[in-house]
Design a protein around this ligand. Structure first.
Ligand code: GDP
Length: 280
């Protein structure tokens, strides 16, 4: 399956990031907890050189506990402050201010030595499309605050949302471009619904997801749909169509509908908490 990307977007996104990054002390990087490497652009390490860094494993509610724990260890070993969150739930952000202070310890200490006291940390949220940046900013900063920069007709300058005495947040997130020269990265992002669906063949995609689940989560499809698993991925889609009565008007089974249903069940967590990749 061939997944396309458009370099025009990339160049523009990169330029915008480079400009915004000059203004800040801390990068709050969001990745999708179900595929933290595939949903991350490692170029951020170059772009963000010299900045304090944090990684938020977002959508942790949809990823397996074992995956979340493994990825927390992985990023901590790389020297990042890490938190797993569900950006829709304010309660999952309780620890964040202390984690921010921890991530910015060196900057705060440097300021103190220069006699600068109480200068707020300036932070920006960054990540590839669909990782939950806007949802996070809304939960973290409050809906009203996050909206002010996006109103039509308001010139988009850089607006800072003052969260408290210690932290100011850039109201628009930095958009990173996915890194998928590697087809397996593109495929995982497609499973997650994080790249434009319209350009993809959903039947192919769902068959690929079946193949992945058979291997990594044996028994799951059997349990969810009550179907036998000793079939090819395409036959499994047909089995799902039968099990869910996806019928065509003229007779026969509506496999494309079963494909959409499977993708939707996966993306919404109805198939359970599924991590697509683990650290080596
Ligand atoms: P952005 O493109 O990075 O700004 O992503 P959005 O904030 O628009 O979020 C993309 C989708 O993911 C939306 O449908 C959100 O409701 C959903 N979403 C964001 N964070 C979470 C999370 O932690 N858990 C779950 N289950 N869904 C989330």
């Amino acid at each position: 399956m061939n997944i396309q990307w458009y370099p025009g977007h990339m160049t523009k996104a990169k330029r915008a990031m480079q400009e915004d990054i000059k203004l800040i002390d801390l990068i709050i990087e969001l990745v999708d907890a179900r595929a933290p490497l595939s949903s991350r652009n490692p170029d951020i390490d170059d772009l963000g050189r010299g900045k304090a860094r944090m990684v938020l494993l977002n959508k942790a509610d949809l990823a397996s506990e074992a995956g979340n724990a493994a990825w927390t260890r992985y990023f901590e070993a790389k020297g990042f402050q890490v938190m797993k969150i569900d950006a829709r739930q304010k309660a999952s952000l309780k620890q964040i201010h202390s984690v921010i202070q921890e991530a910015c310890k060196e900057k705060i200490e440097r300021d103190r030595r220069r006699g600068i006291l109480n200068r707020p940390v300036r932070a920006m949220v960054a990540g590839i499309p669909n990782v939950g940046k806007s949802t996070f900013i809304n939960s973290f900063a409050g809906k009203a605050a996050a909206k002010t920069g996006n109103k039509p007709g308001v010139t988009k300058g850089n607006q800072w949302i003052r969260l408290n005495k210690q932290v100011e947040l850039l109201d628009t997130p930095g958009i990173l471009w996915p890194k998928f020269e590697d087809q397996s990265v593109g495929l995982k992002l497609a499973f997650l619904g994080s790249i434009n669906d319209e350009i993809l063949n959903k039947d192919e995609l769902a068959a690929e997801l079946c193949a992945f689940l058979l291997k990594a989560y044996p028994g799951l499809l059997a349990e969810r749909y009550g179907i036998p698993e000793d079939r090819s991925p395409h036959e499994l889609l047909e089995q799902i169509a039968i099990a869910r009565s996806c019928l065509l008007k003229g007779g026969g089974y509506d496999v494309p509908r079963a494909a959409r249903l499977l993708l939707e069940d996966f993306r919404s967590g109805k198939l359970g908490r599924i991590t697509l990749e683990f650290p080596e």
